[in-house]
Write a protein that binds this ligand. Sequence first.
Ligand code: BGC
Length: 533
Amino acid sequence: MSDKPWYQEAVFFELNIRAYRDSNGDGIGDFRGAIDKLDYIRSLGVDCIWVQPMYPSPLKDDGYDVADYTGILPDFGTLDDFRAFLDAAHARGLRVVTDLVMNHCSEEHAWFQAARQDRHSPYRDYFVWSDTPEKYSGARIIFLDVEPSNWTYDEVAGQYFWHRFYASQPDLNYENPAVHEEMLNVLRFWLDMGIDGFRADAVPYLYEREGTNSENLPETHEFLKKVRRLVDEEYPGRVIIAEANQWPEDLLPYFGDGDEFHVCFHFPIMPRLFMALKSGDKTPIIDILARTPPIPPGAQWMTFLRNHDELTLEMVTPEERQWMWEQYAPDPRMRLNMGIRRRLTPLLDNDKRRWLALNALFLSLPGTPILYYGDEIGMGENIWLDDRHGVRTPMQWSAATNAGFSEAEKTYQPVIDDAEYSYRHLNVAAQETDANSYLNWTRYLVAARQAQPALRAGTLAWVETGHAAVLAFRRAEGDNRVLCVFNLSDTARPSGIIPATTQTDLLSRDKRSFPAGEEIHLSPYECLWLLEN
Ligand code: BGC
């Protein structure tokens, strides 16, 4: 057993309850359905499930518009169903973290309704109001495609209110201590129930201040430290994870001196993994990790390839963004805001060599990885659905009606049924029996990582290969050392690596070994995890 905090070595799984399994035939996934699939999630080898927003909501932002912080969306079940899900996960050794949307709520939240209707309501000051839309003009607009401004005029209130995301999501006013108390009580409510922590959504934007870009402000960090104190004092061992789409140097303060978040998402590395694979050049990966400062002991980065949002291109230069769009989003419909609304496998043209290389890279670089539901079987996307719904379609369990997701006539979104990615042939049941399927490769890769302390949370050192297309690094933890080697290009190459002792490749199922003294040659997109003895 390792003495590291659990979240430093874990593999996470991102779960959208709506998309997973419908137990009552209404076409929408629910907690009872998800309980039936926990053994499957466990079989992937992951340690912790991140449950996306499950709160009552008008669903204008798929639940990130919360109408009641301590309830459960009736479509998903009841609080008892949630408790049953939590207990069933814990019984299987799976932890559960949930999304905590602190920055904003839904316009339908009782606080906002009271605030807009009565200037003198104590809730008025829960939100940020102005008589003009000119304030805080230094703040960028995030949902560029649909929102012309961060201010929207509310007829009933007779003032403008502030929102960093959709106009249906008024920002909470963190200048008001009552908002702090409300949010801390929301944390306590769920932590008392036994959840293992939170993924704190959109944390850079809690405060706004004139003359700044209203992101990452010191007062925001002060509040977040207060959240951490609550966790340390009242719920030790639970985790808080920051979703902050920022440059590495701006992320560092979210760890504080080990007194803010335990874990921060590392957004900038994600597009660079795709860039390196497409260009056959490792430089973007090495550069961004060189730009990533050391973090306090006990802290960790969180990494991902894809998630429920567009593949964000906020953390690249305008030229790189244009290049990424050209390479990975040839159809304009694939582009959304500053990103790409596609799933992992179609981005890689359903090419298993590239899929393996990218997953092996992602699972061996530092950080706690998150797998996104459906990507483990190579699910496709539907770019014709609105917003980001095309990457949130029903899980494909089998070739049965509605992919075995639901017995309803109509599902919340159509299941994927195009020639290449149709549930009729691309589904869990079909992949279970195929040793070479995406599903079984996911299990194999995760298990291979989990077995090596060096890969879980060891140190990283680059290894020179002499080729831009050949990336190599060593992960080490005590005596456990794994040399990871990747050919990022589509041509065979010498790796520049000559093992000093015979080495075994953990990624080949027949445990291929490489003799000492002979240079290793790599086939196109080949990757190796060499256990060094
Ligand atoms: C979530 C998005 C959501 C946004 C606003 C993000 O961080 O990942 O899905 O639209 O927050 O709540």
